[in-house]
Design a protein around this ligand. Structure first.
Ligand SMILES: [Zn+2]
Length: 151
């Protein structure tokens, strides 16, 4: 574990956050949305995340089960962070949106086979990864994050 406090945000600057991240936990997913976003995931606890500004600039996109909360900046379209379906009581920062990070040099060490989600989730849990309470929607987690954020 190499926890560091980093800041980041969307492209236009309306959305800014500060988070405690571990760049060694960088992971990639091949599900229908992650593949298109090109997101590099850094899973973190909501307590280690602070939305500094941009609450009103965020739009939330949901699909399928509706558990994951895919937030993006309504102005520039960047997905700087979101609440994942696999761990809806936690969240994910997009490593590509951290300040001073050189995207192409990032090397994900973990892979989630989101294209086969049910099986990937079973494997993840079998490996001892974190499990959220059954039936929890990411909307609850997102609401808590937004509640503590300034206007
Ligand atoms: Zn923006």
């Amino acid at each position: 574990m190499m926890l560091e406090k980093r800041e980041g945000g969307c492209h236009c600057g309306r959305v800014r956050f500060r988070a405690q991240v571990d760049l060694e936990l960088l992971s990639q997913c091949n599900c229908s949305i992650c593949a298109k976003k090109g997101i590099l995931h850094l899973p973190i606890a909501p307590e280690d995340f602070e939305l500094l500004r941009g609450k009103n600039a965020l739009t939330v996109y949901t699909f399928g089960t509706g558990v994951a909360q895919h937030t993006f900046c309504s102005h520039c379209g960047m997905h700087a962070f979101y609440v994942p379906r696999s761990q809806p009581d936690r969240m994910t920062v997009n490593a590509r949106c951290l300040d001073g990070v050189d995207g192409p040099s990032l090397k994900p060490t973990r892979f989630f086979d989101g294209r086969h989600w049910e099986e990937a989730q079973r494997l993840r849990i079998a490996e001892g990864s974190h499990i959220a309470a059954a039936g929890l929607s990411g909307a609850v987690t997102l609401e808590n994050i937004l509640d503590r954020a300034p206007e």
